[in-house]
Write a protein that binds this ligand. Structure first.
Ligand code: 6V0
Length: 332
């Protein structure tokens, strides 16, 4: 009475094969862009979605399930109940309150901390061995909040940080030189957003360091061009939001690439928000900000000893101080 005729000697699925699972919390524009990019990349056996609005959540789940004929087979589940995230390997948090017109960033932060109090403890309960990847803004502070509320070790709590800023940076340099962005290595570190730090000495194209190339060709150091590219990076989120209302595709690919490095143990280096205490003179307390980090199956494996100038270090330290002041007002 089975649909298939049985085949003699067929081997049942091995009980030891690991079932891999990602949960995405928040099925707004960003959460869904991440979810669909993950599906196209055949990363996991199961994808769980959680949101606070049941109808929207079910609608998004069905819409993704209806693409099954065109995608690698992935079980897609969704619920407002966190038990659906049970045994996840990776939990990606994109839930966030929207800024109300005229609302201060600090007030928005307080509302998001209240949200995280409802989100992080159940994740830590149902997926105690998972890695937490925070995307909601302000991402650096909220990664710290998630670390505190989860009780996880710091190698298992990361923020998407400047991974996206760096890919925007690489795109703009690539566009300037008419070359593939995949052949441009360049890092933006520190804050995800306005006070990010562009590491000029990190830029190389096809293995050629840009600054020393300009110098050896006796081309005037195009500091202004470089500064303008960084300004454009900072401005790009505002521009996209102004034009289409939100950002989604680039952050979707950016976060899916982090998910791949983790679940497939790629040991790739990504600029992401990590516990930065002890690096580059950041000594005042526990803060998360972006540094180039080695990512693998157990989370953050290390932070590269990237060369930064005195001026860049001072800017990192000053951002760390701002974060510490903010964090002291949160009561977590
Ligand atoms: P959105 O479209 O408003 O989606 C937010 C979602 O969160 C909605 O579906 C809500 O229903 C849901 N939500 C609210 N409360 C809860 C709760 N308690 N539990 C579960 N779900 C809840 O926003 P959008 O998707 O555009 O952005 C989400 C967050 O990502 C914001 O904080 C953005 O600022 C942030 N981004 C971070 C980026 C990064 O690089 N780190 C990039 C882009 C956006």
């Amino acid at each position: 009475d089975s649909f298939f005729n049985s085949i003699q000697h067929a081997v049942p699925p091995s009980p030891t094969k690991r079932h891999t699972k990602i949960s995405v919390i928040g099925t707004g524009n960003v959460g869904m862009a991440i979810a669909q990019t993950i599906l196209t990349q055949d990363l996991v056996d199961e994808l769980a979605l959680v949101d606070a609005i049941p109808d929207k959540l079910r609608g998004e789940m069905l819409d993704l399930q209806h693409a099954a004929a065109f995608l690698p087979r992935t079980k897609i589940v969704a619920s407002v109940d966190y038990s659906v995230t049970c045994s996840s390997d990776l939990c990606i948090v994109t839930a966030g309150a929207r800024q109300i017109a005229g609302e201060s960033r600090l007030n928005l932060l307080h509302r998001n901390v209240a949200l995280f109090r409802k989100i992080i403890p159940p994740l830590a309960q149902y997926a105690p061995d998972s890695i937490l990847l925070i995307v909601s803004n302000p991402v650096d502070v909220l990664t710290y909040v998630a670390w505190k509320l989860s009780g996880f070790s710091s190698n298992r709590v990361i923020g998407s940080g400047t991974n996206l800023d760096s890919s925007r940076f690489r795109f703009l340099i690539a566009d300037h030189l008419v070359v593939s962005a995949q052949d441009v290595e360049a890092y933006i570190i520190g804050e995800h957003g306005d006070s990010s730090v562009a590491l000029w000495s990190s830029i190389s194209v096809g293995g050629v360091p840009i600054l020393s190339f300009l110098e050896s060709q006796q081309i005037a150091y195009e500091k202004e061009t470089l500064e303008n590219i960084h300004k454009e990076v900072i401005n790009s989120a505002y521009e996209v939001i102004q034009l289409k209302g939100y950002t989604s595709w680039a952050v979707g690919y950016s976060v899916a690439s982090l998910a791949r490095s983790i679940l497939r143990d790629q040991r790739r280096i990504h600029p992401i928000s990590v516990l930065a205490k002890g690096f580059h003179g950041i000594n005042g307390g526990d803060v998360f900000l972006s540094l180039p980090a080695l990512l693998g199956r157990s989370g953050v494996l290390g932070v590269t000893n990237v060369h930064i100038t005195e001026e860049e270090a001072v800017r990192l330290q000053s951002f760390a101080k701002t974060l510490l002041e903010l964090q002291s007002q949160l009561g977590v």
